[in-house]
Design a protein around this ligand. Structure first.
Ligand SMILES: Cc1cc2nc3c(=O)[nH]c(=O)nc-3n(C[C@H](O)[C@H](O)[C@H](O)COP(=O)(O)OP(=O)(O)OC[C@H]3O[C@@H](n4cnc5c(N)ncnc54)[C@H](O)[C@@H]3O)c2cc1C
Length: 380
């Protein structure tokens, strides 16, 4: 592959999802010659545009985990960033509801865990208090998190892209990273352009924020570790039709599933007031990236929400979008944290792997970008 010395860079960020863009915006405040390499024709074509767009509070994640720390800090940074840059968002609030006394212990434990994670704005609700907030929701107990919200993810990514470009970063769309060779100092990065041209350049720092493909990128560089294995889990959504969206004004969640594979089929509101239900969690045994939705799952969705949303009928549900989670766990495995690792200890100085950046990656994007900067500070 031809090496083009004029293209030598300080930093290569692989992937222009919300994470790669947030890292580019952060690092371009401190250094120049940054490339973001993205195989698609524009930003956020994969997981970053196929999610619930919720600004999470950090309720469920284990105390001290990266997910907990980056989410709690990330929510604050994200709301400030939205206010500074006029990005549409709304602190609509979220209620986790239980249907029966069986869930009361789980509700108490979620409350305690959220306290351990530093979440102070929350309140336990009884049936009457839930009814006064959401008259059409049926529940006997719940926890209300008033500052959980929703955000215009496209607007966020557009702003991050503009900020990175204004600060001198270059974003190369339609180019796929197909080769990474470790050099004595830095890395040789090989690209395949949409017209089938290939070329290479060197980069001192490489940041792997390739989402669903992050394990493959690590392997391209020669890093293969069993704990870096990514398992794809599909999440389907059904939209709520027939005007029923008007019956809800907050995010309503059931008590989560065991092992937190997903948070349970819940309501997601968007900024136009539309309501979707989802996502479910379907393990993809061959790691297929398959965005099709099975209309037969309508009745599963109906049964999942019928207890706490008794006004929903099967005919109110229509197939909507699909997103795919890049998890570090297969069925039956314990919950895993994000992996965000500078790989000097493996003989790859200045190479940062980000693996398993599922939810709350969107909420955490700004704090995560700051965290990545601290990992590579010595190389900048
Ligand atoms: C169903 C679902 C619901 C979610 N809901 C929420 C939520 O409500 N709140 C929240 O905080 N988080 C949520 N998340 C998580 C959030 O969406 C992700 O954490 C976040 O979008 C990950 O961004 P990313 O940039 O890492 O990945 P991506 O958006 O997938 O970006 C990775 C990019 O890398 C590019 N790429 C891959 N390989 C190469 C290559 N070889 N060369 C060049 N480019 C490459 C891809 O084209 C892609 O654009 C949800 C996720 C899912 C799946």
């Amino acid at each position: 592959m031809e090496i083009i010395p004029e293209l030598d860079s300080n930093v290569t960020i692989i992937g222009a999802g919300v994470i790669g863009l947030a890292i580019a915006a952060e690092l371009s405040r401190y250094t120049d010659r940054i490339y973001v390499i993205e195989k698609c024709g524009s930003f956020g074509q994969e997981t970053s545009s196929r999610n619930s767009e919720i600004v999470h509070s950090g309720v469920y994640y284990p105390e001290g985990s990266l997910k907990a720390r980056l989410c709690v800090k990330g929510k604050r940074l994200l709301y400030d960033y939205c206010n500074q840059h006029d990005i549409a968002h709304q602190k609509c609030g979220k209620i986790i509801v239980s249907q029966s006394g069986d869930d009361h212990d789980a509700i108490e434990e979620i409350f305690r865990n959220s306290t351990r994670n530093g979440i102070t704005d929350k309140v336990i609700l009884d049936r009457t208090e839930i009814q006064s907030l959401e008259p059409h929701v049926s529940a006997c107990r719940g926890i209300y998190f008033p500052s959980t919200g929703i955000i215009d993810t496209h607007g966020l990514m557009k702003t991050l892209e503009t900020e990175a470009l204004n600060q001198g970063a270059q974003i190369v769309y339609g180019s796929e990273v197909i080769q990474i060779n470790r050099l004595e100092k830095g890395y040789e990065v090989g690209l395949l352009e949409s017209g089938n041209n290939t070329y290479a350049y060197t980069s001192q720092i490489v940041i792997n924020s390739a989402g669903l493909m992050a394990e493959n990128i690590a392997r391209l560089a020669g890093i293969e570790r069993p704990e870096y294995r990514i398992y794809l889990w599909k999440g389907e959504y059904f939209s709520l039709l027939n005007g029923k969206h008007k019956l809800l004004s907050r995010l309503v969640y059931p008590v989560p599933e065991p092992h937190h594979v997903g948070l349970g089929i819940h309501t997601t509101l968007d900024l136009s007031g539309r309501v979707k239900l989802g996502p479910n969690a379907i393990f993809m045994p061959d790691n297929q990236i398959d965005y099709s939705i099975d209309p037969e799952h309508r009745m599963d969705f109906f049964r999942s929400v019928h207890g706490y949303l008794p006004f929903v009928e099967p005919e109110d549900l229509a197939p909507d979008q699909v997103g795919i989670r890049p998890k570090l766990q297969k069925p039956g495995d314990p919950v895993r944290d994000f992996i965000i690792s500078e790989e000097s200890h493996l003989g790859y100085p200045g190479f940062v792997n980000l693996l398993g950046i599922e939810s709350p990656g969107l909420t955490a994007c700004l704090s995560l970008a700051q965290y990545v900067r601290t990992l590579i500070q010595v190389y900048l």
